[in-house]
Ligand binder design. Structure first.
Ligand code: ADP
Length: 254
């Protein structure tokens, strides 16, 4: 069974009498365990598609099955419910609460969940999520005491803490330098190897190479959908570290 199945999805934005056809008939399937990327020029419909897949918006026409359930006609409350149960979000700008520790930021989605977890369970799950992204030792830091890459890792932990079936990431490395971007891609690849399904929007071809499938949008339509051999972020990171070591040595010796 596909985790995400879109059939002939359209989305038209109406402003006054003018309509903008942001999506014009999208057929798209995401299987359990996929790591797919969506590329396309600005205005091609990437955010609109992610909003629909993420149950933040509804299509104008077409059907959307999420984990086998047709959610196309769900009202706002039902969409919010399925969203909280199924999807984790990571954004370009990390959207962490300031003056709130990393641990508290990660605990937040569980405070609003219907799971009736005890404080201890909430605490332990948040701690575990921070450990998964390698930030077990930074739990008491506020966002302004963390680097951009560390803030994004907190945001990933916050997305993971509800144990979603899919991680939706919208330009997750857009505010990060190349080296930090590799670290984030390394985390994504490790999560994916452990079974998490990932769908990521990026406009950077270098970042799209870390997924195993590249879907390209143009003017609200899918114009290409290719399987690719992903570049391993761990290897790219190791090469980078080696290069830095060589540069450091030549600086010291000069
Ligand atoms: P991308 O994420 O690829 O940049 P978008 O999905 O944001 O593309 O936009 C697709 C098209 O829909 C664009 O022409 C954009 O101007 C239009 N659009 C997006 N959001 C709205 C909105 N809320 N109201 C009207 N038009 C919109």
């Amino acid at each position: 069974m596909s985790l995400v199945e879109l059939n002939q999805i359209t989305r038209t934005y109406r402003t006054g009498t003018v309509g903008v056809e942001a999506l014009r008939g999208i057929d798209f399937k995401l299987q359990n365990g996929d790591f797919s990327t969506i590329m396309g020029a600005s205005g091609s419909g990437k955010s609109t598609l992610m909003n629909i897949i993420g149950c933040l918006d509804k299509p104008t026409s077409g059907s959307y099955k999420l984990a086998g359930e047709d959610v196309s006609m769900f009202n706002k409350n039902k969409l919010a419910n399925v969203r909280n149960r199924t999807i984790g979000f990571v954004f370009q700008s990390f959207h962490l609460l300031p003056r709130t520790t990393a641990l508290e930021n990660v605990e937040l989605p569980l405070l609003y969940s219907d799971d009736n977890l005890s404080w201890k369970e909430i605490h332990n799950r948040a701690k575990h999520a921070l450990e998964i992204v390698g930030l077990g030792d930074r739990e008491k830091h506020n966002p302004n005491e963390l680097s951009g890459g560390q803030q994004q890792r907190v945001a990933i932990a916050r997305a993971l803490v509800t144990e979603p079936k899919i991680l939706l990431a919208d330009e997750p490395t857009g505010n990060l330098d190349s080296r930090t971007s590799l670290e984030i891609m390394d985390i994504f690849q490790r999560l994916n190897k452990n079974g998490l399904t990932i769908l990521m929007v990026t406009h950077e071809p270098d970042i799209a190479r870390f997924g195993e499938r590249i879907v390209t949008l143009r003017d609200g339509l899918i114009v290409s959908d290719k399987r690719v051999e992903p570049v391993q972020a761990a290897t790219a990171l190791a090469n980078w570290k080696e290069m830095e070591g060589v540069e450091l040595e030549s600086e010291i010796s000069s």
